[in-house]
Ligand binder design. Sequence first.
Ligand SMILES: Nc1ncnc2c1ncn2[C@@H]1O[C@H](COP(=O)(O)OP(=O)(O)OP(=O)(O)O)[C@@H](O)[C@H]1O
Ligand SMILES: N[C@@H](CCO)C(=O)O
Length: 337
Amino acid sequence: MHQYQIKVPASSANIGPGFDVLGMSLEVYMTLDVQVSDEKGHCVLSYEGDGAEEVPLDIHKNMITQTALYVLRCHNIHEFPSATKIHVKNPIPLGRGMGSSGSAAIAGVVLANELAHLQLSKLQMMDYVLMIERHPDNVMASMMGGFVGSFLRELSDTEKEAMLPSASDLLTNKGFSRPPVNMGRYTTLPWAPELKALVVIPQFHLSTSKARSVLPSSYTKPDVIYNLQRLALLTTALGQTPVNHQLIHEVMKDKVHQPYRSQLIPGLQTILAQMTPESQPGLCGICLSGAGPTILSLATDHYEEIAQTMVNIFRQNNVECSYLVLSPAFEGASVSY
Ligand SMILES: Nc1ncnc2c1ncn2[C@@H]1O[C@H](COP(=O)(O)OP(=O)(O)OP(=O)(O)O)[C@@H](O)[C@H]1O
Ligand SMILES: N[C@@H](CCO)C(=O)O
């Protein structure tokens, strides 16, 4: 019997102005305990944790195993090895802006890499992940670990054609194509050890597709410049010691996605407008985590007080929340044998 554990962290994307560019991994881990034996049998999937009531256990319908099957198909393998048992433990809340779908896609690709002994590097695995999650911010941070900036290289016309089947068609085997090679580029950015991420997680779900559907198809020049100016400073400001709370607060502001998404997240506008380093000691910046509804704040202390202020504002808007204080998961996705 061969057994191992796959571990994939959650993530927060955008960090304010870095829409589809910046991401940080968060030390909340989905794990897959995998057992493969030589006996005859089927692949059995079991699941506990967030989403247990809604996540399908049919391997052709579950996003983790669907992703693994897609990668196997790309290597001319059409089913899991017999007698594969996969137990998923998932503490990452689904559809809340903490990268649950990205972590599931990574878990699936790493699973295929192990099951078929493909020996792909993390960057090679990212090509498959990016066929499923088409923006790199969450997944690059979750796979590589830490605070990460990333982009997709420009593709040739032939490579663009390979991207034509939708992620959902690839997962359900209605369409097929192999990913372009070396699609994602990234760099790990500095992170000041004093900084922690406080995530305030509302109880309601917001799908990324819905939160993307409210965004405009074009932006004004002043709004683009506003974000670019802040993004340039943010990538350095989060690595500086001593931490400059006021600077971080200013450079985590955004005009590209948050103003449009606030209609979907009661309380977001008030939190962004009212909470500053002056009103909340220890607070640096505040932004939407990924597509929301979770709010990410970066702070150096007084986490309880900062969280409580946000929880109260959400409560005034009839939204209940939980919260976590987390560091970046610097190792990223890993396998232990
Ligand atoms: N562990 C999992 N197992 C199976 N499917 C999952 C798992 N995690 C997420 N998913 C799928 O991904 C969907 C949520 O993805 P979505 O992109 O809407 O939100 P998110 O990834 O949590 O947020 P964001 O991308 O803003 O950080 C779930 O509804 C489910 O279909
Ligand atoms: N950059 C993405 C992250 C969510 O997956 C967005 O904000 O839509």
